[in-house]
Ligand binder design. Structure first.
Ligand SMILES: *[C@@H]1O[C@H](CO)[C@@H](O)[C@H](O)[C@H]1NC(C)=O
Length: 442
C-alpha cells in the first residue's frame, strides 16, 4: 500500500518534471584519459580540467573498453585507473564533491579500444555476452560512484568516399586504390541493429534502481541509419550524442582536405554528412529534439598541401597526407585548438618563413561549414598546411544552431585539446570554446 503510493508519487513527479521543467541544454564535457599519459604540455590530468567544470552539466570519462575474452567492461590504459583511492576513475568522480549537480558518466568504446575490434559485434550477437557486459557495467558504475554510461559503441565505419573527379586529372591513379564501392559496411547490420536495441533495453532496465543515465554516442563515420532503431530505443536512452566531426580526415582522405564538421549541407558534398541531416533524421524517427546532443571537436584535422592548392584555400583542396605533428598533440595530422590559434598570424610570426610562417584563418560568416586555416606551400613546394577546425566563433555558431533547432545540447570532444591555459588570449580566457558554447546556449 505504502510502496504503491510512493511509486505513484514518483511517477507523478516525473510527469510534472517533464511537462513543466524543461531541463536546460546539456553541456557534455569529455575528458580523454589518454591525455594523462602524454609528456610536456600535452599532459592533462583531471585536476587540470577543474576550471571548466562549472560550465559542464555532464563530464564523460573516455574511455573504457571491452575484454574480448569475457565481454566485461575494462580499463584501457592500465589497471591503475581502477585504484580505489587515487586512480583516474576515482579522481574524475570525486569532482562531484565540488559540483554536486554534475553528472559523471563512463564512456565505453569511443574508437579508443583498438584490440580485437570484432568484439563489439560479437558482444551484440550473444545474449550471454550482453548480460556479462551489463553486469560488469553496473559493478563498475557503483564501485566508482559514476552517474551512468555513455555507450560510444564501435560499429563498422562507412568507407571513405572517392576523391571527386572534378578536382583534376592527378587523382586518376589514386581513385583506383580506394577500392570498390558498393559493398555494404556490414552485411548483418539489420540483425546488429536489433541486438543493439536489446543491449540498450537491458542496460537501461538494469539501471533503474540506481537511476543511472544512459547515453549513446554515434561515433564519426558510423551510419546511424544502420544501427539505431530509434522508435525502439527512444524511451530507454537519456540522450544520443552525434559525434558529427571527422567527416574528412587525413587518414581516411589523404588526397583531399575538406570541411571536417559542417553544420549544414555543403554544396557538392554528400547531403547526409552534416549535423543538420543527422539531427533531422533522428527527429523524423521519433527521438525528441531535446534528446539530441551535438558533438564538436576541440582539435583540428591538418593536411599537407602541395603545389596544386588554390590560392584562396577554399576546400576541397588537393592534399598529400597528414601535416607534420605539433608539440602538444604529437600526432601527425592532428592539432589542438591552442596549437592552431598560435600558428595564426600574430606579431611574433608575421615575418617568419618556412615551418613557422603564419597560417591564414578563414572564418565562415554563413555559419554553415566551420573555420579553416591554411599556409600555401613555399617556392619549393614545402610547408603547405590546410587545417579544418572549430574555434570559439564557429563553435558558438553551432551552439546557436542547436538552440534554434531545440536540440538537447552540445558535447565537447574533448577538454584535453581545449585551450586549457588560455594561450590563445595571453592567458586571459581559459576554455574559450566551452565558454562560447555556454554563452550561446543560454
Ligand atoms: C546509411 O545507410 C542508409 C541505409 O542503407 C543509406 O541509405 C545511406 O545512404 C547511408 N548513408 C551514408 C552517408 O552512406
Amino acid at each position: 500500500m505504502w510502496s504503491n503510493l510512493v511509486v505513484k508519487l514518483i511517477l507523478l513527479t516525473g510527469l510534472i518534471n517533464s511537462i513543466y521543467c524543461q531541463s536546460p541544454p546539456r553541456v557534455v564535457c569529455y575528458y580523454d584519459s589518454r591525455s594523462s599519459l602524454k609528456e610536456g604540455i600535452g599532459k592533462v590530468l583531471p585536476s587540470d580540467i577543474l576550471p571548466a567544470i562549472s560550465m559542464c552539466t555532464h563530464l564523460v570519462y573516455g574511455y573504457a573498453g571491452i575484454k574480448a575474452e569475457d565481454f566485461k567492461v575494462a580499463p584501457l590504459i592500465s589497471n591503475e585507473e581502477l585504484d580505489p583511492n587515487n586512480g583516474l576513475y576515482r579522481q574524475i568522480t570525486s569532482i562531484k564533491t565540488q559540483y554536486p549537480n554534475l553528472k559523471v558518466l563512463l564512456s565505453v568504446g569511443g574508437d579508443a579500444d583498438g584490440n580485437s575490434p570484432d568484439k563489439y559485434l560479437a558482444l551484440l550477437e550473444s545474449s550471454t555476452a550482453r548480460i556479462a557486459f551489463t553486469n560488469s557495467v553496473n559493478v563498475i558504475l557503483k564501485q566508482f560512484n559514476f552517474d551512468g554510461l555513455d555507450l560510444a559503441f564501435q560499429f563498422p565505419k562507412m568507407k571513405p568516399k572517392k576523391v571527386r573527379s572534378t578536382i583534376g586529372s592527378i587523382w586518376h591513379g589514386f581513385k583506383q586504390t580506394i577500392g570498390a564501392a558498393g559493398k555494404p559496411v556490414d552485411e548483418n547490420s539489420e540483425a546488429h541493429k536489433n541486438q543493439f536495441t536489446s543491449l540498450v533495453v537491458e542496460l537501461k532496465n538494469s539501471f533503474r534502481i540506481d537511476n543511472y543515465q544512459l547515453g549513446i554516442t554515434v561515433l564519426p563515420n558510423v551510419n546511424a541509419t544502420l544501427y539505431l532503431d530509434v522508435p525502439s530505443i527512444k524511451n530507454y536512452v537519456d540522450f544520443v550524442t552525434i559525434a558529427a566531426f571527422d567527416v574528412y580526415t587525413p587518414a581516411r582522405n589523404p588526397k583531399e582536405a575538406d570541411y571536417v564538421a559542417p553544420t549544414l549541407s555543403v554544396t557538392d558534398r554528400n547531403v547526409e554528412e552534416n549535423v543538420d541531416f543527422a539531427a533531422t533524421y533522428l527527429i523524423a524517427n521519433g527521438l525528441a529534439g531535446t534528446q539530441i546532443v551535438v558533438g564538436l571537436p576541440t582539435f583540428g584535422r591538418a593536411w599537407k598541401i602541395e603545389k596544386d592548392a588554390t590560392i584562396t584555400g577554399a576546400p576541397p583542396v588537393a592534399a598529400n597526407g597528414p601535416a607534420p605533428e605539433a608539440v602538444q598533440t604529437r600526432t601527425q595530422g592532428l592539432y589542438s585548438y591552442p596549437e592552431i590559434c598560435n600558428m595564426l598570424l600574430n606579431d611574433q610570426n608575421v615575418n617568419l618563413k618556412g615551418e613557422h610562417a603564419p597560417l591564414r584563418r578563414v572564418p565562415d560568416p554563413t555559419k554553415r561549414y566551420g573555420t579553416y586555416a591554411f599556409r600555401l606551400p613555399d617556392a619549393n613546394g614545402g610547408y603547405g598546411v590546410w587545417v579544418g577546425y572549430e574555434d570559439p566563433e564557429s563553435a558558438g555558431n553551432k551552439a546557436s544552431f542547436v538552440k534554434g533547432k531545440g536540440l538537447g545540447g552540445v558535447a565537447v570532444f574533448d577538454l584535453s585539446t581545449e585551450d586549457i591555459r588560455g594561450s590563445c588570449t595571453g592567458g586571459q580566457i581559459k576554455f574559450p570554446i566551452l565558454q562560447k558554447i555556454k554563452e550561446k546556449l543560454k
